[in-house]
Write a protein that binds this ligand. Structure first.
Ligand SMILES: Nc1ncnc2c1ncn2[C@@H]1O[C@H](COP(=O)(O)OP(=O)(O)OP(=O)(O)O)[C@@H](O)[C@H]1O
Ligand SMILES: CC(C)(CO)[C@@H](O)C(=O)[O-]
Ligand code: BAL
Length: 285
């Protein structure tokens, strides 16, 4: 049998039956698959912190907008399962069909309202409602002690932490730093969409965030000065075809800041398009 396939559970009851057999602490790493070193860093940390690790692979339709890449999102379940097995994951929940998670009468959604009106929320209407709903469902199915998320999706991290608090979910949320390619590009399953010509130019995204770091240099500065520095760096790269947003937000709740106070820092986040490929990234000042 191909490595890892024996770990896959395609239905909720099949997963729950394997989950019941795990005693002690359980770390959970939710993903949409097409795994890279960013995902693996979450699994490795979960392995260190817990007696067992479970992961999910599910391309969640509820978080994709009508004109987004749900149909073309990279899917490579066998390769992913082999990778997760090599890292010592105990069990993988990979619903075979969307129906497994959203039956015909599914009507209950979790909507983290304050996050809908800025940044990723504005750029992707319905995105955080889709994310919060699926993560709530996955928490209920996997019953983890700890759950692991990447800082690359900065607002998502805040949404999950807020939901856990607001809904009194008994799980510890662990946020791991963004893993980058050698030239600084944040690892992402969607980087595979970049053409050979575009790929080297995508390093401008991280360079623009480093420009933000230079402007801040631990001094009090208006957020607008940081935004200008990031935008002008991005504008120097002709293959960047659209700047969707550059935002300076509070580290605590990802709400907008007028100025960054020395010693307090902020999160600078952005979304751009390089041709048809949408890239997001952020830096914690
Ligand atoms: N470069 C990275 N470093 C650390 N964690 C990451 C990185 N990329 C993704 N993650 C985290 O892995 C988890 C699963 O993410 P997901 O499967 O959406 O991968 P992805 O590469 O972010 O995909 P995409 O960028 O196409 O949305 C999320 O918690 C995400 O923040
Ligand atoms: C958390 C998540 C797996 C929910 O579908 C997804 O948003 C992701 O991969 O970041
Ligand atoms: N990593 C966030 C999932 C998404 O872009 O849909």
């Amino acid at each position: 049998m191909t490595r890892g396939l024996n770990l896959i559970r395609n239905s909720i009851p099949a997963f729950q039956s394997s989950r019941k057999a795990l005693t002690g602490t359980v770390g959970f790493v939710p993903t949409m698959g097409a795994l890279h070193e960013g995902h693996l860093s979450l699994v490795e940390q979960a392995k260190k912190d817990n007696d067992h690790v479970v992961s999910s692979i599910f391309v969640n339709p509820a978080q994709f907008g009508p004109n987004e890449d749900l149909d073309t999102y990279p899917r490579q379940l066998q390769t992913d399962a082999a990778l997760l097995e090599s890292l010592g994951v105990d069990c993988i929940f990979a619903p075979a069909k969307a129906d497994e998670m959203y039956g015909p009468y599914h009507t209950t959604y979790v909507d983290p309202v304050i996050f809908n009106s800025s940044r990723e929320g504005l750029a992707r209407p319905g995105f955080f409602r889709g994310v919060a709903t699926i993560v709530m469902k996955l928490f209920n199915i996997t019953q983890p002690t700890r759950a692991y998320f990447g800082q690359k999706d900065a607002v998502q991290c805040c949404v999950i932490k807020r939901m856990v608090k607001d809904m009194n979910i008994p799980v510890e949320v662990v946020i791991m730093p963004t893993v980058r390619e050698a030239d600084g590009l944040a690892m992402s399953s969607r980087n595979a969409y970049l053409t050979e010509k575009e790929r080297p130019h995508a390093s401008i995204v991280y360079k623009s965030l480093q420009a933000a770091e230079e402007v801040y240099s631990n001094s009090t500065v208006p957020a607008s000065k940081i935004v200008d520095a990031v935008k002008s760096t991005l504008a120097s790269e002709p293959l960047i075809t659209e700047i969707q947003y550059v935002a300076v937000d509070s580290k605590e709740n990802m709400q907008p800041l007028e100025e960054v106070v020395a010693g307090e820092g902020a999160v600078v986040s952005l979304a751009v398009k390089m041709g048809s490929v949408r890239l997001i990234d952020n830096i914690v000042l």
